[in-house]
Design a protein around this ligand. Structure first.
Ligand code: PLP
Length: 454
């Protein structure tokens, strides 16, 4: 006698869709089908322009044939190995070469949070191996974002996440980020940046300099600060302070690295203030595979290697398939001069965004560098007042944009405390006529948004 097993269909199975509803479309109603160039299509055949390159990831656009061919070629050889492969070796060399002097070795991982965790742990092991075991505190900025895993969350400057996850992690001390749009009374952009750098020094002293291991910051802010670029004096002062107290400087370039700002590392914009360690992800494989990297000098890597090895690793780190994809993405970026294009198109885009600001009543600020830009949304341009929480203005703007066929990555910071914006950061392949289309859709988005009841 045979027994028939009846499997009950489950009503909801996709927690990804469930959790990200709202920011990425209502659950069950919106599914991505395919992409080409700066566009992707949903399963209803509707086309969307990648106004924020996903989450500042798809630097090459979609459907790149060279990357696809490299993927197939590597898959035909080997996709995973516990050993270092040829493609991993090539990738590390390419990253270290592009990172330039002082960045000798790359350690590939599978994403931004993994890269941040790697840098934190490498810094700690380096301090211990150098006879400074008391150094463990990693100072960071408020606001700031460094990832979702607990080590990365501990250095993330976000009061909401601290409140939720504080009990299960060691929240690290924060110093103010040099926000440039709403300045405290009596400051201009430059003097406030100085003040914020001084705050780092005071925090180091307050913690006890012998306990401070590193300072981590995004040299060009991601969604936490909306493409914040500090004045030059900030970078050099931070570097000097870190040197004075033997504190390692870590640049989190998960979002701003890999060519997005017009140079391979955003750090290259401030060559006199280079960090000790850098982490990249996102654009490094341009969304064709999960990939990140930590980039470090010989003196740190060698010290840790000689002290018994790195007490840290991830199963998929340095896998041959992701590495081959990363190599193809970097080659394509170089051959197509996409960093040059990011610089050129960034100028064009910001000029048009400023023109939009002049015509609009709710664009408060436009800022950024290369193709990493943000548009800050305000209720009142004169007072810079933030919209009431219930309005969820930045999310409403991205919702209207999506209805019109434009994807925008929006963020309302900790209860609106630091402001709200969306990233204007299209793929690095974008052309001027495509920027015009982006601006047409954006202009219509603001026309609709500003015609709604406040
Ligand atoms: N650091 C920065 C600056 C980021 O923008 C992000 C992600 O947005 C991360 C770290 C974490 O990267 P991932 O989401 O790949 O873990």
């Amino acid at each position: 006698m045979s027994t028939q097993v009846i499997v009950q269909p489950k009503p909801v199975q996709n927690a990804f869709d469930r959790f990200y509803a709202g920011s990425r479309g209502a659950p069950g109603t919106f599914k991505v089908s395919h992409g080409k160039g700066i566009f992707f299509w949903d399963t209803n055949g509707k086309r969307y322009l990648e106004g924020s390159s996903g989450a500042l990831v798809v630097n090459l656009g979609h459907g790149n044939a060279r990357v696809r061919d490299a993927m197939i070629d590597q898959a035909n050889r080997i996709s995973y190995s516990a050993f270092c492969s040829e493609s991993t070796d090539t990738l590390c060399k390419m990253i270290a070469d592009l990172a330039g002097p002082g960045f000798d070795q790359a350690f590939p991982v599978s994403g931004g949070s993994e890269a941040v965790e790697s840098a934190i742990k490498l810094a700690r092991q380096y301090a211990v191996a150098s006879g400074q075991p008391k150094r463990w505190k990693i100072l960071a900025r408020m606001p700031g974002y460094h990832g979702a895993t607990l080590g990365a969350a501990a250095v993330t400057g976000d009061p909401d996440r601290d409140e939720m996850f504080g009990p299960i992690m060691q929240i690290m001390p924060k110093v103010p980020a040099p926000l440039s749009y709403r300045l405290p009374e009596g400051f201009d952009v430059s003097s406030y940046a100085d003040y914020c750098a001084d705050a780092l020094e005071q925090q180091i002293l307050a913690e006890g300099e012998e306990t401070v291991l590193a300072f981590i910051m995004e040299p060009v802010g991601g969604v936490a600060t909306g493409a914040l670029v500090a004045p030059d004096n900030y970078y050099s002062k931070v570097r000097e302070i870190c040197d004075r107290y033997g504190v390692l400087l870590i640049f989190d370039e998960v979002m701003c690295g890999a060519g997005r700002t017009g140079t391979f590392l955003a750090a290259h914009h401030w060559p006199n203030a280079l960090p000790d360690l850098v982490v990249c992800a996102k654009g490094l494989a341009a969304g064709y595979t999960p990939l990140g990297a930590m980039i470090a000098p010989n003196r740190i890597v060698d010290k840790v290697a000689e002290s018994g090895g790195f007490l840290h690793g991830h199963t998929y780190a340095g896998n041959p398939l992701s590495s081959a994809i990363g190599v193809a993405v970097l080659k394509e970026m170089l051959d197509q001069d996409l960093m040059g294009n990011a610089t050129r198109m960034g100028v064009v885009l910001r000029r048009k965004l400023h023109a939009l600001k002049d015509r609009s009543t709710t664009v408060g600020d436009v800022r950024g560098i290369g193709l990493m830009n943000a548009v800050e949304i305000v209720e009142d341009q004169a007072t810079k007042a933030i919209f009431p929480a219930a309005k969820k203005a930045s999310y409403r703007v991205s919702e209207i944009a999506r209805e019109l066929g434009l994807h925008l990555y929006a963020r309302r910071t900790a209860s609106g405390k630091f402001g709200e914006w969306f990233m204007a950061a299209p793929p690095l392949i974008i052309t001027e006529p495509e920027i015009d289309l982006f601006m047409e859709l954006l202009t219509e988005t603001f026309r609709v948004f500003e015609s709604e009841d406040r």
